[in-house]
Design a protein around this ligand. Structure first.
Ligand code: UGA
Length: 487
């Protein structure tokens, strides 16, 4: 059987099942397999949307990415990823070349899809809650496009939204705009995403669990079958539940991770006051307790990024809305703020004044393997240094371009870590890029004017640094010279 789809050139040939052959316009066989090919739309092509779209395309599904940002659409169409993320560019080029993935800002093309993913952003609004305007407009666009579609479509919300959003916001908009009713005209599931930046493809291909929330068993089962086929024997545990639980699970997850980080940072602050103590040993030991687990126990100058800080504020605002004071989360946030300010406290203690002092900042991104600077501790550290009239030189292997758009000529940009250290009066390691592990105590001693080094991510080996007579301090390292903070 030949099935012509609207992309004309691609023919799906199903011989005696389960054989499936997909050819491109030149009749070249691109994929063979035994899975059912679906037409899928993905609304919002950020980290979650793009990773979802490309992983589905990589499995042979025909994916249309829909984004309102015309520049992003043009870039993606040319195979250019809008951000740095391992594997994204190679997946993108392949999917575009092989015609599994097309990008558009025309949401009416959603009418052709069996499945529509909503992956648009939910930014923080004043007061800490989330701004649902992108969700609302994606729901409107999907609803309008469904007027032209007779067949059932399954709509899946991957965006992070507070409990009640699918049932009370998305579903009414879809019904109003499409003229159809849920669950007969279309299905609606919540399917929160747990991918980490820097591992977006890997986490999408190998999730540790799949959460499916719905008010309708039929829709939930359809999505579960789709994932069973997608992952085969590698299918992770699936939790099927109500929309509201699925929505809350996502917030609980990120709030717990943030709590773990602020917890270990609390222990780090105690360890700093004990000569000879080291939080990394304490973290390793408690992480071996199965009830605690080793991940997210790296002490540092605080968590950043587009998710943990935002989701924490959103959950706090939501708690308030439903009449609960989330005081535990308020402390998690306060501890994090304190961590971010530590390099400044340290440098001021060491140098008396920062005015005119040359400070090297090693790393800008909120974590390694990304060029993302959203809520990165580096931003607040640099802003404080600039306010104190320090001369700041930064180096980051990936985030320089984005940093230039934020700081412009207020600071200097080095092309290597060693270059940033030249003639510096102090250095702070802000992001734990692997290449910084190659810096030796000699580099700091020879290049810096005053070899004062603060390791904000526990990347450098303290024994080597202190033996070399550097003035070296680090988060959670029993003090040699670390100031006893006032807080
Ligand atoms: C986070 C979650 O880890 C993902 O599961 C979730 O899907 C994602 O948010 C999201 O909501 O979309 P991400 O923001 O990419 O992912 O970053 P993380 O790897 O969680 O790191 C967050 C911050 O915590 C970073 O600044 C990192 O440096 C810091 N961190 C992490 C620590 O300070 N210590 C640790 O032990 C771990």
């Amino acid at each position: 059987v030949n099935v012509d789809n609207s992309r004309e050139q691609i023919a799906l040939e199903r011989h005696s099942p389960p054989r499936l052959i997909i050819r491109n316009s030149q009749s070249r066989i691109l994929r063979t397999g035994n899975a059912t090919v679906r037409r899928v739309s993905v609304f919002g092509l950020g980290y979650v949307g793009l990773a979802t779209a490309l992983c589905l395309a990589n499995k042979g599904h025909l994916v249309t990415g829909i984004d309102s940002d015309e520049r992003r659409v043009r870039q993606l169409d040319q195979g250019i990823a809008p951000f740095f993320e391992p594997k994204i560019e190679s997946y993108l080029k392949r999917a575009i070349d092989e015609e599994y993935f097309r990008v558009t800002n025309d949401s009416s093309s959603n009418a052709e899809s069996d499945l529509a993913y909503v992956c648009v952003g939910t930014p923080t609004k004043h007061g800490g809650g989330i701004d649902l305007s992108f969700i609302e407009s994606a729901a409107e666009d999907i609803g309008i496009s469904l007027r032209k579609r007779e067949a059932y479509q399954l709509i899946v919300i991957k965006s992070t939204v507070t409990p009640g959003t699918a049932s009370n916001v998305v579903r009414p908009i879809l019904e109003r705009e499409s003229g159809k009713t849920c669950p007969t005209g279309f299905g609606l599931c919540s399917n929160p995403e747990f991918l980490r930046e820097g591992h977006a493809i890997q986490d999408t291909e190998v999730p540790d669990r799949i959460i499916i929330g719905s008010a309708d068993m039929n829709a939930a089962t359809k999505l579960e079958r789709f994932y069973s086929e997608y992952y085969g024997a590698g299918l992770a545990p699936v939790i099927m539940t109500r929309h509201e639980n699925a929505e809350l699970i996502k917030y609980a997850n990120n709030a717990f991770l943030a709590t773990k980080v602020s917890f270990i940072n609390t222990i780090a602050n105690i360890a700093e006051r004990i000569p000879g103590a080291d939080v990394t040993t304490v973290a390793k030991a408690i992480g071996l307790d199965k009830r605690i687990a080793p991940e997210f126990l790296r002490a540092g100058i605080g968590f950043g990024g587009s998710c943990l800080p935002k989701d924490l504020s959103a959950l706090m605002a939501f708690g308030e809305e439903v009449g609960y004071n989330t005081r535990l989360l308020a402390e998690v946030q306060a501890v994090n703020r304190e961590q971010i300010s530590k390099p400044i406290t340290y440098l001021k203690h060491k140098l008396n004044t920062l005015k005119g002092k040359k400070i090297a900042i090693l790393g800008l991104a909120f974590k390694p393997e990304t060029d993302d600077l959203r809520e990165a501790p580096s931003i607040s550290i640099i802003n404080d240094l600039v306010k104190e009239e320090a001369q700041v030189t930064v180096y980051d292997p990936r985030a320089e371009m984005i940093a230039k758009s934020i700081f412009g000529s207020q600071i200097a940009y080095a092309t290597s870590a060693r270059e940033s250290l030249r003639a510096a009066n102090g250095a702070v390691l802000v992001t734990e890029w692997e290449e910084f592990t190659h810096l030796t105590p000699q580099d700091f001693l020879e290049l810096m004017e005053d070899p004062i080094v603060f390791d904000g991510r526990r990347l450098l080996e303290p024994g080597r640094m202190r033996e070399a007579k550097l003035q070296f301090d680090a988060i959670g390292l029993g003090r040699e010279s670390f100031p006893v903070a006032k807080y």
